[in-house]
Write a protein that binds this ligand. Structure first.
Ligand code: FES
Length: 273
């Protein structure tokens, strides 16, 4: 169990460290895009994720370093209790963020890992006379070494980055169905997600349909439509965009418009053009 968990966590870190898009805004695998996608489905709610999205790169680095550190510490038996608790916490966090709604539940691997980590943690604690989790000076040095190794592994991964991380085209395939025309009356809007998970917002007016990415160009939070003010507003720092004028900035710190997404009416459907 220790071998499996340790190797899996190191592999998870390596997988991210060698992904050229993981820390690159605009990539389909960008951590900010993933967080945005989680925000639409997680029971933790959009507020939590908008805060994380504001610091996407830092969150991405933290996740990578943590995965390496937990994996290495588990394999090398350095602060094993702390590592097991970290693995359990991370698995629960991933479950709440990304696989909470997976049905049937047993297809969500995060739950299985959470159970594995908690079992492993209880086994460790069970073998200790007084559940002693204190770390002496020597232990602290070993923890420091594992931390340094984890940071080194992230840097090493950057030397092996794969170039097969496609950047977001924001429109998927040519005839992707977005919504049934009948379900979007003139004057209404609808949220939807691109294949990459990127949140987007769709409008229908008398003249046709149009859509924008819902990712704020300032720091990547998810914007929402205010029907009262007729603006797309960002909850993080107050940027506002005019959806009826190419989503141009009308207020706040954002410097550029929301990205436009090409949509068209095709028979009974609104599709990605
Ligand atoms: S993320 Fe700062 S205004 Fe939207």
């Amino acid at each position: 169990m220790r071998l499996w968990l340790g190797i899996t966590w190191i592999y998870a870190g390596w997988n991210k460290a060698t992904d050229a898009g993981f820390l690159t805004q605009g990539s389909t695998s960008f951590i900010g895009t993933q967080l945005n996608a989680y925000s639409t489905q997680s029971p933790l709610g959009t507020t939590v994720f908008n805060k994380l999205v504001e610091h996407s790169v830092q969150v991405g680095l933290f996740v990578m370093i943590s995965e390496f550190a937990i994996g290495l510490a588990t394999l090398l038996w350095v602060a094993p209790t702390l590592a097991a608790f970290g693995g359990f916490t991370m698995s629960v966090g991933l479950w709440l963020a990304s696989s909470f709604h997976v049905k049937p539940y047993f297809l969500a691997s995060d739950t299985a890992y959470a159970v594995l980590w908690i079992s492993y943690l209880l086994l460790i604690l069970g073998k200790r006379p007084k559940a002693d989790i204190s770390i002496n000076r020597r232990g602290a040095v070993r923890v420091g070494i594992v931390g340094a190794l984890a940071i080194g592994a992230v840097s090493l991964g950057k030397l092996f980055t794969s170039s097969n991380s496609p950047t977001s085209s924001s429109n998927g395939t040519s005839k992707n169905k977005v919504k049934k025309l009948a379900d979007l009356p003139i004057g209404s809007t609808a949220n939807f997600a691109l294949a990459s998970g990127e949140p987007a917002i769709l409008f229908r007016t008398k003249t046709g349909v149009f859509a924008y990415s819902a990712i704020c160009p300032h720091q990547g939070c998810t914007v929402g439509y205010s029907a009262t003010n007729k603006v797309l507003a960002c909850p993080c720092h107050g940027a506002e965009f005019d959806p009826f004028n190419s989503a141009k900035v009308i207020a706040g710190p954002a410097q550029s418009s929301l990205a436009s997404i090409k949509v068209a009416i095709d028979g009974d459907w609104i599709v990605l053009a």
